[in-house]
Design a protein around this ligand. Sequence first.
Ligand code: KG4
Ligand code: ZN
Length: 349
Amino acid sequence: MSTKTEPLVLGIETSCDETGVGIVRGHTLLADEIASSVDEHARFGGVVPEVASRAHFEAMVPTMQRALDKAGVTLSDVDAIAVTAGPGLAGALLVGVAAAKAYALAAGKPIYGVNHLAAHVAVDTLEHGALPEPAIALLVSGGHSSLLRVDDLAGGVTPLGATIDDAAGEAFDKVARVLGLPFPGGPPIDRAAREGHVAIPFPRGLTAPRDLAEHRFDFSFSGLKTAVARWVEARQRAGEAVPVNDVAASFQEAVCDVLTAKAVDACREHGVETLVIGGGVAANSRIRSMAQERCDKYGITLRVPRPKLCTDNGAMVAALGSHLVAAGAAPGSLGLPSDSAMPITLVTA
Ligand code: KG4
Ligand code: ZN
């Protein structure tokens, strides 16, 4: 329930290939406008930083206008502006941070430079209300796969583990390429898997007892990616058709199995009753159903925002900004930096 006394916060996201502008009041989403340059990157099989930066530059002002129109507010109504300060592509971040500073200066508003990863967690508050703390967060995107303990979303999070090689989304994108599916690979693999069977026992990275001793809550997906590529190549060499749907289902099952098992283990070991999953891979239908089954088994409350809020958007940045304003966090200065390698332990720049 939104009231006029809750902060009206505008969020700007430009860390990768989506130009996002979101507007929230408290935990209520008022606008979530996105311009994506994904089609311009598709033929390269990955995001091209310079192309992304230019696209952000061109999309920023119209996306901002659409968001303000949609929310029915003007810039002068806004209480604060939040912007992704990192991590992400250096040039892409610069466009968003420069735009946020210009809007903040022009309208005389406080500015918050926020962490993109913490924003992927905060966005869930728009769907499920205030996040109970402590919570365990599983963050799975194209650039990151991390397990975090969240004791205070405004003050800091504690990393429990992360991928030691590819991010989960990156694995989806690379396996899609091997299977001849388009970029980004997550959505087409998700669709193909629904038509297939989990028929191939692909490896579960860092789950053997000796790996668990050293890498309890870490992930590894590069061995899985290589195993899929070898399996497909062997089929092709033998002149046999590749059962794309079954490979997609088996690969997806392996990724979701490891992610959800370690996330649930983290909740149990830490005695934490809330698991929140965020980032683009959280849009995956299998990770959502498997996480729900496993959380139900142990009495853990699962929170996963709807798929559109899982992938990059401006609303997640606004949601974190709103949380910071409500918590009384100090805003940044107009000199705030962008940091392409911003550590997850820093919620604000
Ligand atoms: O969070 P996000 O939009 O951008 C980053 O911060 O990286 O995540 C993008 C990643 C891509 O790798 C994409 O393939 C993956 O999320 N993704 C999915 C699905 N939708 C997007 N992965 C699996 N299943 C999906 N349905
Ligand atoms: Zn992201």
